[in-house]
Design a protein around this ligand. Structure first.
Ligand code: GLC
Length: 418
């Protein structure tokens, strides 16, 4: 058996459970809707964030599946009539006035942003549903995820078959250097970013209108991987057409985002041209079951497990450590995220990729290193990939997803079994 439960694993489990409980928020929202979610960090992140919530649900599943279901039902309660579930939901309080320039809301009273985050709702819901075994919950997941995917198909997918982001933070990787060449003076964490948000707001946060006006759009391999995983989950919950949709999205990722010379996936800008920055988003498609195995092997061997690239002592860095734009920290007074440090959102894609590639040993090593770091440093938001120093928020509950990674070593998740 790969996952031997030792003292470190046991302590991480206790710490993760306590942190999830401490960050749990529930009540009745400003619009009268009941909510219950885990805030990523009590001090820094008070709202419900979309992909954080999916990570939290995966983590809760290991210790309290009913709570995992409640977390997802809260996201479902934030679903708009047209199917969108926003990047951030402001249940109890409107977005802080000081943040209005940065947040993707039309007006301050909005319950949620009008933008997305990596859309793997269907996958997380299916994983929780499998554990819960409640047909009503599965049925609800099928309905909510199908409507959510419907919105993305109508509002974000163009003729390439890819889903496009209209702001960098929709990829979850806010200030990643993949956006530097596309947004030289308007990237996340710079004053110019407020103008990018203002332009998107003027266009009603509509991809089609922004595209028509020649504005910023990007096709990200991570976002599209998340979309394909969402379809896989939908298929696992009994949607008859979703399995084929996962295959189509994977085909579009390969056709439009694969850089054969470099053996990695790229972000593409509005004109479809690749951005030659080696960031972890380019490894994410290795988790997809329909990816040709030779591409997966090239990504895993040449990038993910390469010690001079994405496999330093504390993987997985957000940028390849041999890339000129790699930075060990966030480096500024206003932190610039995803420019090098290792974040907890990455391993839930990297572990399935390693398992699917038959690299069980490396998957186990990755999980063990994460656990050792959490045991030593606590549940910090992100980490220096070289020396393991924790940075950012101090009680960041997405790190609890380490529980799920440990469980996957024994029972692989849906993308590995599909
Ligand atoms: C930061 C991260 C984003 C995350 C959010 C809340 O903005 O870049 O991925 O969802 O914090 O934790």
């Amino acid at each position: 058996m790969l996952s031997v439960v030792n003292g470190v694993t046991a302590r991480v489990r206790t710490g993760a459970q306590a942190l999830l409980a401490a960050n749990w928020r529930e009540g009745v929202g400003r619009d009268g809707t009941r909510f219950g979610y885990t805030c990523p960090d009590g001090a820094k992140y008070p709202y419900q964030w979309f992909w954080d919530s999916l990570m939290h649900a995966l983590a809760w599943k290991e210790v309290d599946p009913a709570r995992a279901a409640a977390e997802l039902r809260s996201l479902a309660a934030a679903q708009r009539a047209d199917g969108l579930i926003g990047h951030t939901v402001f249940w109890e309080q409107p977005v802080r006035a000081s943040r209005l320039l940065f947040y993707n809301v039309r007006r301050r009273s909005d319950m949620a942003t009008a933008t997305i985050q990596p859309p793997f709702l269907g996958w997380a819901w299916a994983e929780v549903a499998e554990c819960l075994g409640d047909p009503d919950f599965t049925r609800q997941g099928r309905d909510v995820a199908a409507r959510y995917h419907g919105w993305i198909e109508r509002e974000r997918i163009d003729r390439t078959g890819l889903a496009w982001a209209i702001l960098p933070d929709e990829t979850g990787c806010d200030a990643s250097p993949v956006f530097d060449p596309l947004l030289p003076w308007r990237r996340h964490g710079t004053p110019g970013f407020t103008l990018l948000v203002a332009a998107a707001r003027r266009h009603g946060f509509s991809f089609h209108r922004i595209r028509a006006a020649g504005g910023f759009t990007a096709a990200c391999p991570l976002v599209n991987t998340a979309l394909a995983l969402g379809y896989l989950g939908l298929a696992a919950m009994g949607d008859p057409s979703a399995r084929a949709r996962a295959r189509e999205v994977t085909r579009a990722i390969v056709e439009h985002l694969w850089d054969d010379r470099a053996s990695i996936f790229r972000v593409a800008g509005p004109d479809g041209r690749h951005v030659p920055v080696s960031a972890w988003q380019g490894l994410a498609p290795a988790a997809l079951p329909d990816l040709p195995d030779d591409l997966r092997t090239r990504i895993v061997e040449q990038w993910l497990t390469c010690p001079t690239r994405f496999w330093p002592p504390h993987p997985v860095p957000s940028v390849s450590i041999d890339h000129p734009r790699f930075a060990r920290g966030d480096g500024r007074i206003i932190p610039q995220y995803w420019r090098g440090p290792s974040w907890p959102f990455t391993p839930p894609f990297a572990v399935p990729a390693l398992l699917r590639a038959g690299r069980h040993e490396e998957a186990a090593v990755l999980v063990a290193r994460i656990e050792e770091r959490l045991d030593g440093q606590g549940f910090r938001e992100y980490t220096d990939p070289i020396d393991g120093t924790g940075m950012g928020a101090r009680a960041f509950s997405c790190q609890a997803v380490a529980l799920t990674l440990r469980a996957w070593l024994d029972r692989p998740p849906i993308p590995v079994r599909a």
